[in-house]
Design a protein around this ligand. Sequence first.
Ligand code: GRF
Length: 672
Amino acid sequence: MLQKQCLKTKRVLILASGDGSNFEAIVKYFQDKGLLVYDDAKTSLQKHIRCDVADKTSQHKVYIELISDKKDANVLKRAHRLNIKYHYVEFNNLETFLQNNILKKGQGFDLYVLAGFMRVLPKQILDLMEFDKNKIVNIHPSLLPEFKGKNAIERAFAAGVLKTGVTVHFVDENLDGGKILERCAFEVSALSLEELEAKIHALEHKIYPEIIEKLLFKKNVLVFGGGAREHALAFKIALSPYLAKLYLAKPNDGFKNLGKIIEFKDYDELLRRALECGIDILVIGPEAPLFEGLVDMFNAEGIKTIGANKAWARLEESKIFAKEFMANSPKNPIKTADYRVVNNIPEADEALNYFKAKGANVPVIKADGSALGKGVYLPSSYDDALMCAKEYLDGKFGDASRKILIEERLFGIEVSIMSLWDGNTLVSFPPACDYKRLLDDNKGPNTGGMGAYAPSKITPVQQKRIDSYLKKLECALKICGANFCGVVYSGLILTDSSKVFDGCDAANIDADNGVYVLEYNMRFGDPEIQALLELLDDGAGCDLLDIFIKMTQKRLCKSDLKFKNAVAYCLTLASKGYPVCPEKGAEISGLMAVKKHNCKIYFAGVKYKQNTSDSSLDFLNSLATNGGRVMSIVRSADKSNPEACIEAILDIYQTAQKIKYDGKIYRKDIGK
Ligand code: GRF
């Protein structure tokens, strides 16, 4: 299959006043990649050429030009040596020069890069450079907003800061203002001023060209799925500066306006359309497409994916596969409940006798396969366990329960850990707590999730133990050659609440003392991720799409996930009858309350009311319920401010009260 691409040379104008080491680093970066073109005449005439790219090595090119406002600036010599077209333009003439020589000829640039340009650009020039479309970037040698302005390194050094770094940001009217794209920090520890300068410059030369490349070659992203989780993912991605265009597969009516919908009958058609649209990255929300091999299909055609391939989706799809994976590294097995695999009734008898003889609690019965979250049963007695085992083996969940696990029952605190895996590195979100039961005080049937908050209330000791477990997990994934790029969700139970911690030493196999894996899922948890996304520190340039891009390039780093010192809460509003037989079709009103209480809404089971067209102006009054979980209400607060946390929960509940539809149900104890 052929992927359509729009091959257009990207034009970059660099403005610099000084030495020009950043300028040279940028030029060399694109030169080394074989992307740099020198001939302006050709590139400026080149229009968008839409073509089929059979050869996947075909790439966009980059053309660079330089302006310096200092006649004797070293950057001009560098440009001459590097064969880059350059201009010396006095600052007072810059506006006219840009108008006459560059913009008038219809040769606007795709990106304006300030690299040591020692002037604040006036509004007229900002407008010419389309700053409102985020076309101007700057690099600053401090952790903005600290040390704005000139001599930032010297001033930070003189102030004796323990941490400093580099910030890349879009440019607006304010001195060193504008949205932050990346903030890279390091410890200053015993560096001389010269060493500090050298370190900062080396960091600049590394990150600036990479960010420029990402801004020039933005990504088309397709988000698959129609729940509140996918709404939250799509919402975050839509805000990314690295997004070209957002596409959606099977969104619900509550968020389909965030992107362009790709309609499809089957996965072949979805793939064909994705190739036509030039999708770069597919982000998969639910588990079914992972089990069905959607990732493998897309990867075979060169489209990157966030989600497990079919082989590794088995970690969720088969409980037996997951147990084998956990035992795989014999020196360093991942802790999980003792279990027996059972194929028939005599084996079930045998397994139950084994646990009885062990003096264990009545064990748990689990279907091996995926039973839509209903395949785990907690029997009240050994007789009950045998009865349940029989039902399962008789096909209560079809093929999913023809094989079962009989598993030791564990007691403790449950936490969910979402980790990102790029095939090499595992990076995790803070632990989250979800509320699986329908009713307050964890009563009633299991559901898809009635709420969540993050981070979980766990002790530092427990966190260290979880970190040790995550090291083991990363190691196990590496040893097993887990060749996918996606999410690993560890459902953990912390069985040991003792405060003693025996070290975080990898050689110490008890470092993960009391951390047991209950299950793996291979996708973001819904509703946990709605809360967790709130914790990403966007103010420090932590951008979800940027992280996904790094994952697809196998360049995920431990420091890529930066978190705010916040706590986030998520409440699910559901429909009467959920989870068995939810009512549908009730008109939803009161959604305006969301803004007043600073909450976010992510829609799940909703659809347009009859006779509502997609272009309805009154979107918030156009929705009706269409499923069990109707929406998530999300709000976060500063973690160090207990009053703010209480207020956040209050805001969520006031919003929940003001949103009205027949049959509305929700838990009253989320985060309390
Ligand atoms: C860099 O430190 C940059 O952060 C700041 O000016 C300096 C330019 O250095 N805005 P160079 O001219 O690129 O060597």
